[in-house]
Ligand binder design. Sequence first.
Ligand code: GRF
Length: 205
Amino acid sequence: ARLAILLSGRGSNMLAVARATQTGILRDLAEVAVVFSNRPDAPGLAAAGALGCPTAALPSQGRPRAAFDAEAAALLQQYRPDFVVLAGYMRILSPAFIQPFAGRIVNIHPADTHQHQGLHAYEWAFDNHLPETKITVHLVDEGLDTGPVLAQQTVDLRGAGTLAEVERRGLAVEHELYAQALADLIRSGHRAEKERHAERSRSIS
Ligand code: GRF
């Protein structure tokens, strides 16, 4: 499957997924078609280039959302992605963006999306002294962190005395879970494709 990975910042999840396509769990399943950013100076974009991934950027600053999203979607379509993988992409997606990729946009959220939506999920867990939090990989719909959950994994936060420690533990889980969830998603797509094929052959014979 061809992945378009979208980021706005550091890109540690992008690196985990891209590495998994090169030498890990996604090796025979996926390739990075492009790493895209709405911030041309995002550190993650440089990291993607260093890893040998194609990169593209389109500055969003100062642009109306619908116009930017339509242009970004058109740019991404040139790379023919099967899945759009959000990895710290700090924008709420408008229908103009979602529509061409409906059901094929995936996000990772550093909390249970039923309990916490939007930014600062690790701060929320830390400030509330939560004993654990749940990393969530989900499909993106038009709400904020509301789409169907694909995978979740619990992070033990007991004894984590600083926000940095909460983030360190959480990110380690994020990096594993994202590649795993994408592998499962791609495999289930392959299975569905095979079933459709078998169905077609049965109806022909
Ligand atoms: C991660 O915590 C991710 O769950 C959230 O944004 C952060 C991005 O970090 N959506 P990175 O850029 O992947 O390092």
